[in-house]
Design a binder for this molecule. Structure first.
Ligand SMILES: Cc1cc2nc3c(=O)[nH]c(=O)nc-3n(C[C@H](O)[C@H](O)[C@H](O)COP(=O)(O)OP(=O)(O)OC[C@H]3O[C@@H](n4cnc5c(N)ncnc54)[C@H](O)[C@@H]3O)c2cc1C
Length: 813
């Protein structure tokens, strides 16, 4: 079959994800879209997948995607008239510890927030669901009634049928061989001819890194992906299983022993066991073992030895498993991004190109992924905040070694709990501050922020700094007292925080100010001053926040969160007019935060700068004999300055500031102090799930300004009808745990909102939560219950969203 010469969208890859993307585009009326598959549909990872489909995810965004996708699958066979073997069996997840039970409680609560039901179970209740299970070592577990397994090929073919019915064009046995760009359009090359198109999607599964290379000449980056070998095996028929199914008229539910790290499910009348083993194996990593040009419908050789420990453990749990031999083993390639979450969204640095690849649970997520990818393509934005899977979350610090070491780590800990004070050890030290050695010598316990190492807290001699000590959801731990001390040092004296990797862009050129006014909802600062700028999307939701520092009429520095680097650069670059200059200066300049009531006295020893200049001013200055920009601002909410200096100079300045008596503090203390000031965190409190008005940012919204910034009309309409939700600061009568992201807020039996971030405020001595609630619940004094890891605690709406120094006397001293 020949290829069409033009299309609106070309999708490269016909696995479950590419096909779902085409289905969603076609269903939404985008008919002129083509999918290229080099072999038969499903030839990559899809055909051999086990097809397990949970709703469960510890990520709210991913759960949302799975929830949507599984609902789609439940109706798909009828919708498109294509039979699908989909067994909604339910699943039990086993917990071997209290910490795991708490994780389950939090996920069950998020699930309820999304309208799903998941039940917390005792060991005996687990056994009622799955009678062939032994109960040793169990604390309890979770029942997910909508878990199940689907035939991966059938669900893909069903979506393909649906896509074709709506006008989508699928070309099988048509490999894409490259891309080029001509006249602002993409040309996708195949052996059968070229297709000129507006948008292109890399949905090539474990070949995505290879396809990604084609985009390098057009601003692209190497795709951060590694391929792992993943196995499951099937047993011979087990008479007891067969008898149970006959007696009950259904399959057994699935068992996920997440602490041991495997799933076990019924397959016909035997079992399917799939471990995620610690001693796992990456594939195609050695130069003498390159990824073949074509691996369609192929598998790796069996390697059951690797699974032995898991098999033995599973047999102790379900002795029936040991009664029959293995009938078949499947060992296939599975792609991993460094955090194990997929990549769905804009291809970093490349215009009109999108990604939908690196799925470790692509069958469960494929339905939702197609929705998300198609929204990106059609609307340039998504219904839900999908930062968790946005490809721009990884920037230039990934390389092959990093990708492989993270893939091994994530796969080997596929079901691991992600504790709030734990930092994963693989792939570290990608970017080091010039102060790194000094900070570690002072006891710095480091965390990774967009590849940059920063101190989270400073340990003292004798403190337990082991990884084991961080395996807790609790506030307390070796860090707690140190964070308190760091906060007190900043409150009473002066502290210094080394902040490399603060994302920093230079914007200039005639008309820069006017253009920026058309991007932000509020006003720009005068030259010599700075302000926070909020960038709405076209629906008036919070796309991002940047600090806008104005040097001159049309000369700006824009500063944003470390991890926002590529995202925010693209927010600016996407429609930058000709004549304006935009550059990323993150690697050239670093920042020190010097803050606390004695910060002025300290800086006066090191600088002749005008330290009387007011809050939110900035100036060129010399500090410790080095040229710097001094900005009068402090995210800690004390008198303070940020010192912005050349990377080469920052070590000498840091040494001088320490020498002058500043106490080093870390990111955990900063987080405690920022929440006391009601300062928002990026992608926690500030996300596309809320409008600017819902986020309590009215004072940064100027609806009467002449510029037609994105979302202005939406915000006007919202203001007229009144925002449905409002932003609140809560004090929580918390026990040992501060409220994690997406803790549900209850008024009696009614869910009225959720927490967007929570932490202990050491200066106000209280557990603080920021959150968004239905607007009738925003009144100061309103009481809720906040559900934290399954227990409800009283929380009260505060009079002022700022709890520490609400009159800003300290910062303006
Ligand atoms: C053993 C095993 C068990 C699994 N079990 C589960 C499970 O139970 N549940 C679950 O959710 N997930 C499971 N997975 C993961 C799941 O298989 C993948 O996440 C999913 O199939 C990914 O789908 P995809 O469309 O992204 O990629 P793929 O299915 O790999 O599709 C990519 C397609 O792109 C095509 N392609 C590549 N290059 C080109 C080119 N140049 N031109 C045209 N076409 C190209 C390939 O031929 C391929 O068909 C399992 C994986 C393995 C290995």
């Amino acid at each position: 079959m020949s290829v069409p010469s033009t299309a609106r969208v070309v999708i490269i890859g016909g696995g479950v994800v590419g096909v779902s993307t085409l289905y969603h585009l076609a269903k939404a009326g985008w008919k002129d879209c083509v999918l290229l598959e080099k072999n038969e549909l499903t030839a990559g990872s899809t055909w051999h997948a086990a097809g397990n489909c949970p709703n469960f995810s510890t990520s709210y965004a991913v759960m949302n995607m799975q929830r949507y996708g599984l609902k789609l699958y439940r109706g798909l066979a009828d919708e498109v008239d294509y039979p699908i073997n989909y067994h909604v069996t339910g699943a039990v997840r086993l917990a071997h510890s209290q910490e795991r039970m708490m994780e389950f409680e939090h996920v069950a609560s998020m699930a309820r927030h999304q309208g799903l039901q998941m039940d917390i179970c005792t060991p005996e209740e687990l056994q009622q669901h799955f009678p062939f299970m032994e109960l040793h070592d169990l604390e309890g577990g979770l029942w997910d009634p909508l878990d199940g397994d689907i035939d991966p090929a059938q669900v893909t073919q069903a979506m393909a049928k649906g896509a074709r019915a709506h006008g989508g064009n699928i070309l099988r046995f048509t490999p894409a061989t490259g891309v080029s760009r001509d006249n602002g359009e993409w040309v996708v090359h195949t052996e059968k001819g070229d297709i000129r198109c507006e948008y292109v999607v890399n949905a090539a599964g474990y070949y995505a890194a290879r396809v990604g290379e084609w985009f390098l000449p057009y601003g692209g980056r190497s795709v951060p992906q590694a391929v792992m070998s993943h196995q499951y095996f099937l047993t011979e028929s087990i008479p007891e299983v067969e008898a149970w199914t006959k007696a009950n008229g259904r399959k057994l539910p699935m068992v996920r022993d997440v602490d041991t790290s495997y799933y076990l499910r019924q397959d016909t009348t035997g079992f399917n066991l799939g471990p995620y083993e610690r001693n796992c194996q990456a594939a195609w990593v050695n130069p003498n073992d390159p990824m073949p040009e074509d691996f369609s419908f192929q598998l790796y050789p069996d390697d059951l030895d690797r699974l032995e420990w898991y098999i033995m453990d599973a047999i102790e749990r379900v002795p029936l498993l040991g009664t029959q031999g293995v009938s078949r083993n499947i060992n296939g390639p599975i792609p991993y991004a460094p955090d194990g979450l997929p990549m769905i969204g804009p291809m970093p640095g490349v215009p009109n190109a999108f990604e939908a690849h690196s799925f470790t649970f692509g069958i469960a997520q494929g339905g939702g992924a197609g929705k998300v990818a198609s929204e990106w393509i059609m609307h340039g934005q998504t219904e839900w905040d999908m930062w968790a899977v946005d490809p721009r979350r990884y920037t230039d610090y990934t390389d092959r070694d990093y990708n492989v070491s993270k893939a091994l780590e994530v796969y080997g800990h596929e079901y691991a709990m992600h504790f709030p004070h734990h930092e994963w050890p693989a792939g570290r030290n990608r970017k080091l501050s010039p102060n790194d050695d000094k900070i570690r010598s002072l006891g710095g316990q480091m965390g990774s922020y967009n590849g940059w190492e920063r101190a989270n807290w400073f340990a003292k001699a004798g403190d337990d700094t082991s990884e084991e000590s961080t395996q807790t959801w609790a506030r307390s731990g070796p860090w707690e007292q140190r964070i308190r001390e760091e906060c007190e040092a900043v409150r009473d004296g002066v502290g210094v925080l080394d902040l490399p990797g603060f994302s920093r862009f230079a914007l200039s050129g005639e008309g820069a100010a006017e253009w920026l006014r058309g991007k932000v909802a509020g006003s720009l600062p005068k030259a010599g001053r700075m302000t926070l700028g909020y960038f709405p999307d076209s629906d008036g939701r919070v796309l991002t926040e940047m600090s806008i520092i104005r040097h001159d009429e049309d000369d700006f520095t824009l500063i944003t969160a470390a991890v926002a680097q590529w995202h925010d650069f693209e927010v600016l670059q996407s429609d930058l007019p000709e004549g304006l200059s935009l550059s990323d200066r993150t690697a050239e300049v670093s920042t020190l935060v010097v803050t606390g009531p004695k910060s002025r006295d300290l800086l006066a020893q090191l600088s002749e700068a005008d330290l009387g200049a007011g809050w939110l001013t900035h100036q060129k200055a010399v500090v410790a004999s080095k040229d710097v920009m001094l900005v009068r601002v402090s995210f800690a909410g004390e008198l303070g300055w940020e010192i912005h200096a050349a990377m080469d100079d920052v070590a000498e300045i840091y040494a001088a500031v320490l020498e002058a008596g500043a106490t080093p503090f870390g990111m955990y203390a900063l987080n405690s102090m920022r929440i006391e000031k009601g300062y928002r965190s990026w992608k926690g409190d500030l996300s596309l799930d809320y409008s600017l008005l819902e986020s309590g940012l009215e004072r940064f919204v100027k609806l009467d300004k002449p510029q037609e910034f994105p979302g202005k009309q939406a915000l006007k309409a919202e203001q007229e009808r009144g925002a449905a939700k409002g932003f609140v600061t809560l004090i929580v009568d918390a026990g040992d745990y501060d409220a994690p992201y997406m803790s549900v807020l209850w008024s009696g039996d009614r869910m009225v909102g959720e927490v967007t971030s929570g932490a202990w405020g050491h200066r106000v001595n209280a557990s603080i939560a920021l959150g968004v609630v239905k607007s009738e619940f925003t009144k100061p004094g309103t009481e809720f219950d906040v559900e934290i890891y399954g227990r409800r605690y009283k929380a009260r709406v505060q009079e002022n969203t700022v709890l520490w120094d609400p009159e800003n006397k300290r910062i303006s001293a």
